[in-house]
Ligand binder design. Structure first.
Ligand code: AKG
Ligand code: FE2
Length: 525
């Protein structure tokens, strides 16, 4: 079942714009199980069912979980899987007949009708065992069904005590996933002693996104992924779409500047009286920047191979889903995360950090100049330290996103800078519902303020938000437009505003930028 082909070998086709990124062989063998159901759900586009055992997409079943409540009559082997349509197995008690028109049954029927594939996941919790039985047409004329009781067989004579029951011997063979996928497929050669730990992916599913971002694809089922996950557009199409959406804003105050090799677009955000309270800067990258030594292509590849971003179980359900790793001072955003000191950060993180330090200070400088020049109406310039002592690495898989939120935690400095790698995405800003901008900003038909800004963020682009006040009045979202995306975000977390001395001490140690890393200093060129 486990093989070492990794998912990212297919990346050049998917992320055609990143085809300069060549994909090396994986350096260690991943395993095919996941410890938590949450991680599994995070990882599998066709099984994002956190609570139910059936995941559907547009009323078509795409993923099915056999959990610890497998029924004694369920069948689970390399060729055949039989179980009840959820819910209805295990401790659940059926109160009424299943209805032909229930959504779950429809979803299975639709999958069958459309000939779409169904991923089956088996879960072990507290000793669930999967047994295998084989059904064979019985000769009902013969009173005895003894012959059918050989290993792995069962009786179909409904008068027999063993009718549809597990055979008497070897009935509770547990399933062990061997490295040899073929074993699972041969009807006659179902391995003895199959045993699995926690949750594992069975049968049709070709790959699993592991908590450590490693992908698997047993041989011969590559098509599965293509069939399973509806790919949207190629990146080329996405880029064209983005081009037409570029600069969609109703903000009056904007400027285009050159920052190093980047062209940067700056947007100045007003408060309800028209005072400029901060800026959003998008540093637009280009193929030259992206393909430079240690540039975004390199960083993407390094992170893609990295095994240091952990999948977190679904703590922020409904708000965001992603893989993450915090470096430097600890950033507490909704969930308590652990942070690794910059002294333990891999080179790729330190390189990104120095690129973001440059981008942040350059964008802030231009903002300050613009504000100082005056003539743009009243303004209240942001204040506070523009240093960074934290970097949050996020990995978004296909369809993952981060919904509207603000970065307004009280201990944050005024500047947030993020490097986008991989799939394009769109970042949007909108006024918070409770803020009254009067007639300063346009509303939609429902009477709600519209997004004031839609900024396409492509591979290599860097965005800089400057000014704490913008997080009081506005919120932002980042929507994916295709494949996998990493975002590396730097912030300053002010130790003076931290609650405890131990937090302060921790931040001082972990947030210190190692002197040796200044070898990776970036100057925009
Ligand atoms: O994914 C991104 O680029 C930004 C994520 C974000 O808004 C955040 O981490 O607060
Ligand atoms: Fe944010």
């Amino acid at each position: 079942m486990t093989t070492l082909n990794v998912y990212f070998q297919r990346m050049p086709a998917r992320l055609s714009r990143l085809s300069t990124v060549s994909q090396p062989e994986p350096s260690f063998p991943p395993s095919i199980w996941s410890k938590w159901r949450g991680s599994l759900c995070e990882a599998l586009p066709y099984f994002k069912a956190y609570k139910g055992s059936l995941h559907t997409n547009g009323l078509v079943a795409t993923g099915f979980l056999m959990d610890k409540h497998a029924d004694p009559r369920d069948v689970f082997d390399g060729q055949v899987i039989i179980s009840s349509v959820p819910n209805g197995t295990g401790t659940m008690v059926r109160l009424r007949d299943a209805s032909d028109s229930s959504p779950n049954i429809k979803a299975f029927r639709n999958a069958q009708k459309n000939r779409t594939l169904l991923a089956v996941i088996a879960e072990k919790r507290n000793g669930i065992r999967v047994f295998r039985v084989r059904y064979e047409k019985a000769d009902l004329q013969k009173p005895s069904c003894k012959l059918i009781y050989t290993i792995g067989w069962t009786c179909l004579n409904h008068e027999c005590a063993y009718f549809l029951k597990r055979p008497a011997i070897k009935t509770e063979d547990t399933i062990k996933i061997e490295d040899d996928d073929t074993k699972m497929r041969s009807d006659e050669d179902v391995p003895e002693d199959l045993e699995y730990n926690e949750a594992f992916l069975f049968g049709l599913a070709p790959w699993i996104r592991l908590p450590r971002l490693r992908m698997l694809q047993p041989p011969g089922v590559l098509e599965f992924d293509r069939l399973m996950t509806k790919r949207r557009e190629t990146n080329q199409v996405i880029d064209d779409q983005l081009a037409t959406r570029l600069n969609r804003t109703c903000l009056n105050d904007t400027q285009t500047v050159t920052l190093g090799s980047y062209t940067a677009r700056q947007y100045f955000l007003p408060d309800p009286s028209g005072n400029i309270i901060g800026s959003f800067t998008l540093l637009v990258s280009n193929p030259q920047i992206n393909s430079q030594p240690f540039g975004p292509d390199h960083l993407f590849r390094e992170i893609e191979q990295g095994y240091w971003i952990e999948a977190k179980p679904n703590k922020l359900e409904g708000y965001t889903r992603h893989f993450q790793q915090n470096f430097g001072a600890r950033y507490k955003f909704g969930v308590a995360v652990q942070s690794k000191g910059f002294d333990q950060a891999p080179e790729v993180i330190l390189r990104a950090l120095h690129r973001l330090i440059w981008a942040g200070s350059s964008a802030v400088k231009k903002t300050t100049e613009w504000i100082d020049k005056g003539g743009h109406g009243p303004h209240s310039p942001p204040s506070g330290s523009n240093d960074f002592n934290e970097l949050l690495a996020l990995g978004y898989m296909e369809d993952d996103r981060i919904s509207y939120h603000d970065d307004g935690e009280s201990e944050l400095g005024p500047t947030v800078a993020a490097l986008s790698l991989g799939s394009p995405s769109i970042m949007k800003f909108r006024p918070k519902v409770k803020i009254d901008f009067g007639k300063h900003l346009p509303k939609n038909l429902k009477g709600l303020y519209r997004d004031v800004l839609e900024a396409p963020m492509k591979h290599g682009d860097i965005m800089v938000m400057h000014g704490q006040a913008i997080h009081k009045l506005y919120e932002h979202t980042v929507e994916p437009m295709g494949g996998r995306r990493f975002s590396l975000t730097c912030r300053y977390i002010d130790p003076d505003k931290m609650q405890s001395q131990s937090d302060k001490d921790d931040a001082a140690v972990k947030g210190a930028i190692p002197a040796a890393s200044f070898a990776f200093k970036y100057d925009g060129n």
